[in-house]
Design a protein around this ligand. Structure first.
Ligand code: CA
Length: 589
């Protein structure tokens, strides 16, 4: 047995309170190396009297990666305390005991010794990671406000171009605004989404507004606070939640704070609001950008001199930003904050942020923009979710980019799932494209069938799916700024067939919400040579089967169950169904 691969860590994604009374325990072993794993567990104070170490509970093999198998078991405890260790049986017949003191040959392990066991000292409900239930049930719709709809031409910025008259360049304005969103709320209700994620709407110079000037003011080109309030109230009445984008890593160089630093240098009252290496700081024009970061006299977002990084360890900056965070929740009743460049802001600040906004609205959703492993932010006292790029990249790399095999995709997805507690996976934010990436239809080279297959595949996973505005009507676009095209509103130019499909997909996700949110995933078959994937989701005896065929050879499946959604497939007479390339079948068992 490869004991070096065996791993567990208490108080982590390997041992966590799932509900108030149930504890979930995971163990990692080398792939295909272990035959059985048993949990030995009991109350720490009764090991001598009850001799619970003589009893074992089998653990279930759950997900696997290309190198590891994961084993899981759920436990309760009437005393709300637990001590536990693992009895591991290798396929080679060797057996070991694994506990708090390490790995021992099973026959020589001192099972009666309390200190040999891992410990959950007490089930603390207050420490349990919780995601608001509504967030798990949400189908998000991301809006880039400058490009969704122009509902009020009187607020258009200077040099606004006619709507959709050209592919967007970096500095173009097309006049989109909040009135445009209000005007199309019924469109979004018809589509079926129930959450809007807005890219920034606060006053800023650029069209993307990630260079904030005033965090307390709606950008005049988008409307004003009164209009935002109206939008949120109307959305709430229609069952749509609203999430705003907080850009707290950095501020715009046009902000009064940074302008004061430029003007007054070391004497500026804001000099400690930033990370400044030397004075005076340079004031850059668009036309004279620094050659390299080495030429910057202060820390910035990436190497962008127009986005000086805020010093969130400074108590003045903390209270400034926390008041802003509280203001929009308290006064405008927003339902979520999406946090831009969240990984480059200190944990200390995000803990203060979490405390502040959840005190006002306990079921607020905090979503961090992190593209990599995010365990440190997902312990329950910072974020509820991250933008799950690492998970969905595996999906895209297989389906769309054809860079990896189906097995590698499943391995990547499983690896991501095993980084987090189950409730994290249930509430996370899944997306195939955004204002920061090329659009999914474009990545699919315009292949609509492929796009539908990959969207369907994502909708069947754990995590709340997000539709980037325009995806539903066939909007295309390369990397930004091309992915920020104007929404098409002329019916005859919209892909209404695609709209109908995505509407159906959203309806299906809502109808099967419980099983798709919490149901376990089981990879029934992954056949790399035939390019076929069959997986199921299961909950309380209910089961959904999904079979996807990406190869040009058709694939036959037994059609034993009711088909609830399909593409490129047909029923044959003999109780079989044939799935062509890019086709899929969803069946309910
Ligand atoms: Ca406008």
């Amino acid at each position: 047995m490869n004991t070096a691969a065996i791993y567990h860590r208490p108080e982590s994604e390997y041992a966590f309170l799932y509900t108030a009374d149930t504890f979930r325990i995971r163990l990692r072993t080398c792939k295909d190396d272990v035959k059985k794993v048993y949990l030995i567990s009991g109350d720490p104070y009764t090991i001598d009297s009850q001799k619970w170490y003589l009893e074992e509970i089998p653990m279930k093999k759950s997900l696997s990666t290309l190198v590891h198998d994961y084993w899981e078991v759920e436990q309760t405890s009437s005393t709300r305390r637990l001590q536990y260790g693992f009895h591991i049986v290798g396929i080679d017949g060797t057996e070991c005991f694994y506990g708090d003191q390490g790995i021992f040959a099973y026959e020589s392990a001192n099972l009666a010794e309390a200190n040999y066991y891992f410990r959950i000292p007490y089930f603390h409900e207050i420490d349990r990671f919780k995601v608001p239930q509504w967030a798990k049930e949400t189908i998000w719709y991301q809006i880039f406000p400058e490009r969704f709809a122009n509902g009020d031409s009187t607020n258009d910025p200077a040099h606004t171009l006619p709507w959709g008259s050209k592919a967007p360049d970096r500095d173009d304005f097309f006049g989109g605004d909040l009135q445009g969103v209000i005007d199309h709320l019924d469109y979004l209700v018809d589509l079926g989404i129930n959450g809007i994620y807005f890219c920034p709407i606060f006053q800023a110079m650029s069209n993307h507004k990630y260079d904030t000037i005033d965090y307390l003011k709606v950008d005049p080109a988008f409307g004003d606070e009164r209009l935002l309030k109206e939008l949120i109230e109307k959305a709430h009445k229609k069952g749509i939640r609203i999430m705003l984008d907080a850009v707290f890593n950095h501020i715009g160089s046009d902000s009064p704070q940074w302008q004061d630093v430029i003007k007054n240098g070391e004497k500026s009252i804001y000099k400690d609001w930033f990370h400044i290496h030397s004075f005076p700081v340079d004031a850059y024009q668009m036309t004279d950008l620094p050659e390299t970061a080495a030429n910057l006299s202060y820390d910035t977002f990436a190497f962008t001199p127009f986005m000086p990084k805020l010093n969130t360890a400074n108590p003045e900056v903390q209270s400034y930003l926390l008041d802003i965070a509280a203001y929009w929740v308290k006064e405008f009743d927003i339902d979520g904050w999406r946090l831009d460049v969240a990984n480059e802001v200190d944990h200390h600040f995000w803990k203060l942020f979490h405390e502040k906004v959840t005190a006002i609205k306990p079921d607020i959703y905090i979503l961090g923009e992190i593209w990599h492993s995010s365990q440190a932010w997902l312990q329950g006292d910072e974020f509820h979710a991250v933008m799950n790029y690492a998970f969905t990249d595996s999906i895209k790399d297989y389906f769309v980019k054809r860079k990896i095999t189906a097995s590698q995709m499943a391995s990547g997805m499983n690896h991501q799932q095993m980084l987090y507690q189950d409730q994290v996976n249930e509430g996370t934010f899944n997306l195939l494209d955004s204002h920061d990436t090329a659009r999914i239809l474009t990545l699919c080279n315009g292949n609509k069938e492929l796009m539908k297959a990959v969207l369907t595949f994502m909708f069947l996973q754990k995590g709340a799916p997000c539709i980037y505005y325009g995806t539903e009507i066939g909007l295309t676009g390369e990397d930004d700024p091309d992915c920020r095209k104007c929404m098409i509103w002329e019916k005859e130019q919209q892909d209404t067939e695609l709209y109908g499909f995505i509407k159906e997909l959203i309806y299906l996700r809502k109808r099967l919400s419980e099983i798709l949110i919490t149901g376990t995933i089981f990879w029934e078959l992954i056949d790399d040579s035939q390019d076929v994937i069959h997986f199921s989701r299961e909950l309380n005896g209910q089961k959904i089967h999904a079979i996807f065929n990406q190869s040009s050879t058709s694939y036959l499946v037994d059609q034993k169950n009711e088909i609830i959604l399909s593409q490129n497939s047909e029923l044959l007479n003999d109780g079989k169904a044939e799935i062509q390339q890019f086709g899929f079948i969803l069946m309910c068992e």
